[in-house]
Structure formats: C-alpha cells, structure tokens
Design a protein around this ligand. Structure first.
Ligand code: HMG
Ligand code: MG
Length: 318
C-alpha cells in the first residue's frame, strides 16, 4: 500500500536557485526559505558549501545561513550540501545540523560535477561523513544519474546499487536517488527499487517515522527519490516509488532549477504538483498548498519568469 504520510525534502533554495541565471539577493533567499517553512515544509535544503566558482549562485552561503535562525524556522530542518572536508568545516562553523554529500552513479557526471572519478569522490566523502556523524549530524547521500546520463545513456542498475552500498556503508542516514536528467519511467523505478531491496536497502521511512504498527525500524538508510520532470514523468515515477515503500520525496517549489553540470537537466519536480497529487491520494504532507503557491509566484516575480509548475499556473487561474 501507499504511505499515510510523505516527508517532502524541499530543494528549491539550493537545487532550484543554483541553476537560475538571475542572481538572487541574500535577503530574498532568506525570505524564500522562511516562507517555505511557514507553508509547512519541514525540511528545506538551504544552500551548498561548495567552491564558489563552481556554483556562483550559492557563493553567499556564509551570509545566508546565519540569517535562518529566526523563531519562525523552529524545528525546520535546514540541510546543506558539502562536497569535502572544507565544505563540512564551513557548515560546522555556522552550526549546521544536517549535511548532504553528493555522489554520482556515472563516471562522466562525477568528473563534471566533482572533478573526480566515482571512487575518488567516494574516498573524498568517507571522512566527511565520518566526521559529520561524530558531530551528531544527520547525513544524506545524494546519488545523481541513477537512471540515465547525458554522456553515457542508460545507467546499469548494478552501478547504482554499488554506489548506494558504499554510501550506506559510510553511515549515511538517507539516500536520495536522483534522476538528474529526468529520463526515468515507472518501470525503471520499480526495477531499481527492487534491485536495492535485493541488496538490503529497504526503501521505507520506518526507521525515521517509527509509525505505530510499522514494526521495528528498518536497518540502513531511508530511501528518498529526486525526480526531474524533463519528459513529464516525475509524478508517475514518484507514484511508482511510493508503491515501493518510499516515503521521502524531493521537490522544488515552483519547479525551480535543474543542475548546472548536467546538460539538459531541466526542471526538478515542482513541490506544488507533488502536493496536489498527494492531497488527492489522501497522503499527508503538512503543506498548505495555497501558501506554497503564493510563495512560488512571489519568487517567480523576483526571477522574472513564470513558474513552470502546472499546479502553480492552474491555481493562479492563468
Ligand atoms: P577541485 O577544483 O577539484 O578542488 O573541485 P580542489 O579540492 O582541488 O581544491 C581547489 C581549491 O578549491 C582550493 O583552493 C580549495 O581550498 C578550494 P586554493 O588552495 O586553490 O585556493 N575548495 C573550496 N572552497 C570552498 N568550499 C569548498 C572547497 N573545496 C575546495 N567546499 C570541488 C572539487 C568538490 C570543490 C568542486 O568540484 C565543487 O565545488 N563541486 C560542486 C559542484 C556542485 O555543487 N554541483 C551541484 C550539486 S550536485 C547536483 O546538483 C545534483 C543533485 O541536485 C541531485 C540531482 O539533481 O539529481 C544533488
Ligand atoms: Mg535536482
């Protein structure tokens, strides 16, 4: 059956804005994050502590993060991306409690995104995850290009399973399976989640929510999915993941952004489209759709282009 509740991992301020050509002032980013929290999102990925030349849009992380301590954000998780020891130091210096490393299932993207081979990147992450765990942080491991890669084509399931195992072995609390270029279809999602189950990666949120009657928490990391809507498949793929026990779904308010290092990586799944579907299924998210939509329209005005989200447009009556 489907989960009763889904935790939405909002990535708009990070994955969305990192790919916008318009430079967004730090106070607008802070207000965006506050408004997302006020709309009921309980996890809002705030920024990245990466090399500023690689992602200029997020070069203001040191300015932004300290602005997010206001009472309105009490209890909201604010994860940040850290690629290496330097990134983790920067995040810890500002009091971050949740970080994410980001691996790739393919060599081409590992090179383009991290200037490393897949294994070199994993070697870079291992001490970062270990240090973060020692500090009591929650650690997410992203895995990009889980379904297709712009240079390599279809990605073999074994490649994805291998890197997931490595990230789980390091002690990641959560793994986010990324369809970075949006080519996945539901059959492929079922196949990947089945392959991960066979490898002992459960895919349920039981370990996180501890819902009554769900039995003992599943061992190993919680699985999350991160779909892009390039070919219009993101919601179908999400439903396939929910049918496989996944209950953590990444989405970007208003459908902002893609990935600057992945050719043709347009459009993260829009949070509004996701909430519309989950509301229809009777699955709880805690998100106020009207407030969220208003936030995305406000952000679209600042970016000077309309939101690509169907739901944002429909609810605006345009
Ligand atoms: P590199 O050039 O190999 O770095 O880049 P290096 O380790 O050789 O260091 C070179 C210089 O960078 C040194 O400075 C370091 O101190 C500095 P120098 O001694 O020359 O003056 N440096 C840093 N400065 C600030 N913060 C740091 C940092 N690290 C090194 N953290 C590196 C390697 C990993 C740094 C680089 O490739 C990088 O920053 N990559 C990040 C790319 C990125 O953020 N991509 C987007 C996120 S992934 C994504 O979007 C996909 C995802 O959303 C899922 C999906 O959508 O599917 C997650
Ligand atoms: Mg993305």
């Amino acid at each position: 059956g489907l989960p009763g509740r889904v935790r939405i991992h909002e990535v708009g301020p990070r994955d969305g804005l990192q790919n916008e050509p318009t430079t967004v002032p730090v106070e607008v980013k802070a207000e965006f994050i506050e408004r997302l929290a006020a709309a009921g999102l309980t996890t809002v990925e705030a920024t990245s502590f990466v090399h500023p030349k690689w992602v200029p849009q997020l070069a203001d992380a040191e300015e932004l993060y300290p602005r997010l301590g206001g009472p309105a954000l009490g209890g909201v998780r604010l994860p940040v991306l850290v690629p290496n020891a330097r990134g983790l130091e920067r995040a810890l210096a500002l009091g971050a409690r949740e970080v994410a490393v980001f691996a790739s299932a393919t060599e081409s993207f590992a090179k383009a995104n991290l200037n490393r081979t897949v294994d070199e990147a994993l070697e870079m992450f291992e001490p970062v995850v270990a240090h973060a765990k020692r500090e009591g942080l929650r650690v997410r491991g992203y895995l990009s290009m889980c379904f297709g890669d712009p240079w390599e084509g279809a990605v073999p399931l074994e490649q994805v399973v291998r890197v997931c195992r490595a990230l789980a072995g390091m002690g990641c609390d959560e793994l986010s399976l990324g369809d970075t270029i949006g080519v996945a279809t539901p059959g492929h999602v079922h196949a990947l989640l089945a392959a991960l189950r066979t490898a002992g990666l459960p895919g349920s949120a039981a370990g996180e929510s501890g819902a009554p009657g769900s039995g003992p928490p599943a061992a190993g990391p919680v699985l999350a999915v991160h779909f892009h809507d390039t070919y219009g498949q993101a919601l179908s793929n999400t439903l396939a993941a929910l049918q496989n026990g996944v209950a953590t779904v990444d989405a970007s308010a208003g459908g902002l952004g893609g990935c600057p290092y992945a050719k043709s990586a347009t459009g993260n799944l829009a949070t509004e489209d996701l909430v519309w579907m989950l509301n229809g299924l009777g699955i709880e998210t805690g998100v106020d759709l009207a407030q969220l939509t208003a936030t995305s329209r406000w952000m679209a005005e600042r970016l000077g282009r309309p939101s690509p989200s169907r739901t944002v447009r429909a609810l605006a009556g345009t």
